[in-house]
Design a protein around this ligand. Structure first.
Ligand SMILES: Cc1ncc(COP(=O)(O)O)c(C=O)c1O
Length: 486
């Protein structure tokens, strides 16, 4: 099967196995929906990213972007695999400390920080607070002064680099909400260069998530290098680190047979696939050359390069098991109903090569309350039968989740064809069959809600040493009302 990955995702006796653990047995033991994460795959992904260290001649600090998934058991697995951490709120910072990360391992982003969050960061002497605005810098200065500690700060720049990712994942344009204009940052370096309260140690940018073009990292690195030189020339400050952010893509379409059915733009984004180490290596070489040409190569002498990857560490390490709970057939109203792009429903289906007279609907227990991006960004997660993983997946079904929303479906309900209308599964799927959504470890459970009174799923980790362990219990009724006052 094209989705298989040796020693990780395999078909054994017709069933999906994750690192040798039978997915259907896990589903029966813990109930569905169930997230299964692979510790060996997390390690593999971290090692893959760390290869960037081999192509640069300075230290590389890898900080896992906790926003992608921050259950404590996952944070522990990430830490044990040798990564530091990037957090995006006081809550994530607290969780990182709970998971055993030291202040020196923590990097803190965020565009709307509160004083208590800054206090937590400064008291724990974290590696750097990424500063989003000049106003925020003044808050950090006051807070540090009050606490009698010098805060390490790194200013987040707007690089104005557009990539072909989803518009909701773009973070680097002047129209986006993040960061400060370079000139503002240069003025701030000049103003605070001798501050007893602020250690102005770095600069940062993040061009967005699931970026399909490696060239964007070259541009980003050149921009950071240029900024580093301008800061030194104007203030004499030698930066301790530059932070290239995250955003390395995951191939969500890995050879899958319906890839050709996506519009070009979607396909290029979902199937983006390049080695992060190659992109970073190429960017590093060009940036060094540029600095050499400008007589500034000495600025690299004590420099550390930071990366903040989330998706590329955790997305393909996570699988969501879901059970079909209901099934029905619906006639297709041939040509009667038109959709937004002017095609009739019938024409659209012919484009997708399924000459159907009726739609087979399957209603699962995994909705957008645990896979929010499927609705907001029309994100694609490949679906297979966990029980009949080895059978041909050639029968088209319409899939939907359990929520009381017409938008809780696995296709593009807005009719813009950003997702296939049908998913291919074995023949005759019936209620009770366990299915598996692949590559959904990032930005899924991390964004989940109990909408419709749904109990949040359990999480299981398959272990480096074999077997599996429960790392998050499924919610119970009490969790639905825990904070309510009645
Ligand atoms: C500042 C910052 N760093 C890192 C990341 C992680 O991005 P990704 O998960 O695409 O690697 C994000 C998420 O978009 C981010 O906003």
């Amino acid at each position: 099967m094209t989705w298989e990955i040796a020693d990780f995702l395999e078909t054994v006796n017709d069933r999906l196995h994750i690192n040798g653990v039978d997915a259907v047995e896990l589903a029966r033991e813990y109930g569905t929906p169930l997230f299964v994460y692979s510790e060996p795959r997390i390690r593999y992904n971290i090692e893959r990213l760390k290869k960037a260290a081999e192509v640069i001649d300075r230290p590389l600090k890898l900080c896992y972007a906790a926003k992608a998934m921050s259950t404590l058991g996952i944070l522990r697995a990430v830490k044990d695999a040798g990564s530091d951490i990037e957090v995006n709120s006081g809550g994530e910072l607290w969780k990182a400390l709970k998971a055993g990360f030291t202040g020196e391992q923590i990097n803190y982003n965020g565009n709307s920080k509160e004083i208590w969050e800054l206090e937590l960061a400064i008291e724990n002497e974290i590696y750097a607070i990424q500063v989003d605005s000049i106003y925020e810098l003044s808050l950090i200065e006051q807070t540090a002064k009050r606490l009698g500690k010098r805060a390490n700060v790194s200013l987040r720049l707007v690089p104005e680099i557009k990539t072909s990712t989803h518009s909701g994942l773009q973070t680097a344009m002047v129209t986006s909400k993040f960061g400060m204009m370079p000139d503002e940052a240069f003025a701030a370096f000049a103003k605070y260069k001798d501050s007893p309260d602020l250690n102005m140690c770095g600069i940062h940018l993040h061009i967005g998530s699931q970026n399909p073009e490696p060239q964007a990292y070259v541009e980003a690195f050149r921009m950071l290098t240029d900024s580093m030189m301008r800061i030194y020339d104007a203030t004499g400050i030698r930066l301790k680190h530059i932070n290239l952010g995250g955003g390395f893509p995951v191939n969500y379409l890995r050879d899958n047979p319906i890839a050709s059915q996506f519009p070009t733009e979607q396909r290029e984004m979902f199937a983006a696939d390049f080695e992060p180490a190659d992109a970073v290596g190429g960017a590093w070489r060009e940036a060094r050359q540029f600095a050499d040409d400008c007589g500034s190569s000495h600025l690299f002498d004590d420099l550390t390069l930071l990366l903040e990857p989330g998706r590329s560490i955790i997305a393909d390490a996570g699988i969501c098991l879901t059970t079909v709970r209901n099934a029905k057939q619906r006639p297709i109203d041939n040509g009667q109903r038109t959709i937004d792009n002017g095609q009739s429903e019938h024409e659209k289906l012919s484009t997708f090569h399924y000459p159907l007279s009726a739609d087979n609907w399957l209603l699962t227990d995994a909705g957008f309350n645990i896979l929010l991006s499927m609705e907001t960004y029309k994100w694609y997660y490949h679906l297979i039968s966990a029980e009949r993983a080895g059978e041909p997946h050639e029968t088209p079904y319409k899939l939907a989740g359990p929520l009381c929303d017409g938008g809780d479906v696995y296709f593009d309900h807005e009719g813009l064809n950003r997702l296939p209308d049908h998913r291919l599964l074995p023949e005759n799927v019936q209620p009770g069959e366990v299915l598996a959504l692949l590559n959904c470890g990032a930005y899924s459970l991390a964004q989940a809600s109990q909408y419709n009174g749904r109990l949040l799923p359990a999480v299981v980790l398959t272990k480096e040493t074999g077997g599996s362990e429960l790392i998050r219990k499924r919610d119970n009724f009490d969790d639905l009302i825990n904070r309510d006052i009645f």
